[in-house]
Design a protein around this ligand. Structure first.
Ligand code: FAD
Length: 323
């Protein structure tokens, strides 16, 4: 089933939805662990789960394989990410045909980042230069079979952020209009880039509505799991960090447990604020981790962890013998 249909059904019943993003692990053992974790997390009934496409197409086969197993073995509505990086059209169609043949109806259509060591995105020969063209291609070749999601950037895409203050008004507006073009071309859901300034997300949400974007806009939440990862990710995405978050993190940055606990607290407060504005669709960038994603949803009263089929890894099973 398409994610848009599931979102509309949930919205019709005034329900809050959440979903989980995962990425393909590097080793076979990692893949095995990921499926175990997913299996537990799917018991919490996310609306869908998605799997990323490696930078530069580096994990294409693995992403395809994982997506097919998610849909058919883990039995969760699956969305596969697909980027244009190093992907001529015939390879794109191979990937789309592959998931279609396996019952997957959801694609996150992306341009992708340049491959490692390459500063600027360069269109591969016979491929596409932007997500807009990928969306158009999917609609023209596959009709309405796929639900298409696209990426939205509450602070504008990093390529157009040229100073510490963020994107200029003009660049931000151009980015928004480009997002609208992706939706007008056939995308039916937007998932946002991570953000930590919830007010900026709310402004972006209202601005999208103002320019006539009417489709669901799903808030992308990345729990802070450790300080180094947080700095790396926000540096790469040029994300604005509110002063109170910097002030809270600096004194505890070497204490991973404290950082995780703060990340759960912060993620919970951000989601509460988003939900208070009537925005009901949350998407958690799990980074393949369970504790923070589940912790936030639990704090929000959205999940019942007794539904998790196996004990969570940070809790000893009830029958364990302690010495
Ligand atoms: P586009 O929508 O094509 O836009 C990129 C920028 O170019 C924007 O600033 C846009 O305004 C500008 N632009 C492009 N074409 C035009 C045009 N014709 N006219 C005007 N402006 C234009 N990366 C991965 O490698 N794998 C993943 O799985 C992955 N998943 C992601 C999931 C989400 C939810 C998000 C937010 C990002 C993800 N990314 C992923 C990162 C993404 O690939 C990068 O941000 C990439 O640089 C841009 O992809 P895009 O689809 O947003 O590009």
């Amino acid at each position: 089933m398409k994610v848009i249909e599931k979102i509309n059904a949930a919205l019709g019943q005034d329900q809050i939805t959440f979903s989980f993003e995962y990425f393909p692990p590097r080793t076979d053992e990692g893949v095995e662990n990921l499926f175990e974790r997913m299996d537990r997390m799917v018991a919490l009934q996310p609306l869908f789960c998605d799997i990323t496409w490696g930078a530069g197409g580096s994990t294409a086969d693995l992403t395809l394989d994982i997506a097919i197993k998610m849909q058919n073995m883990i039995c969760v509505e699956t969305m596969m990410h697909l980027t244009c990086t190093n992907m001529p059209v015939d390879k794109i169609d191979q990937a789309l045909d592959g998931i279609k043949a396996n019952g997957i109806q959801n694609v996150l259509a992306l341009r992708g980042d340049p491959p490692h060591g390459q500063g600027k995105f360069v269109q591969v020969s016979g491929g596409f230069s932007c997500a807009l063209d990928l969306v158009k291609h999917i609609r023209s070749h596959y009709g309405d079979y796929f639900g298409i999601t696209v990426a939205g950037y509450p602070e504008a895409h990093p390529d157009v952020i040229t100073s510490e203050e963020g994107a200029t008004e003009e660049a931000y507006h151009k980015d928004l209009m480009y997002l609208k073009a992706k939706v007008d071309a056939g995308a039916d859901v937007i998932i946002t880039q991570l953000f930590y300034d919830t007010d900026l997300f709310l402004k972006f949400y209202n601005d999208c509505r103002q320019i006539g974007i009417t489709c669901p806009i799903v808030a992308g939440i990345m729990p802070i799991n450790n300080y180094k990862g947080f700095k790396r990710m926000t540096g790469f995405c040029k994300t604005k960090i509110p002063t109170e978050i910097t002030n809270a993190l600096e004194p505890i940055k070497d204490d991973d447990k404290a950082v995780t606990a703060y990340g759960i607290h912060l993620g919970t407060e951000m989601c509460k604020k988003i939900l208070a504005h009537g925005i009901k669709n949350l998407h958690i960038y799990t980074l393949n981790l369970e504790k923070s994603a589940v912790g936030i949803l639990q704090n929000l009263g959205l999940v019942d962890i007794s539904k998790i089929r196996r004990p969570l890894p940070w809790r000893p099973p009830a029958n364990i013998n302690r010495v």
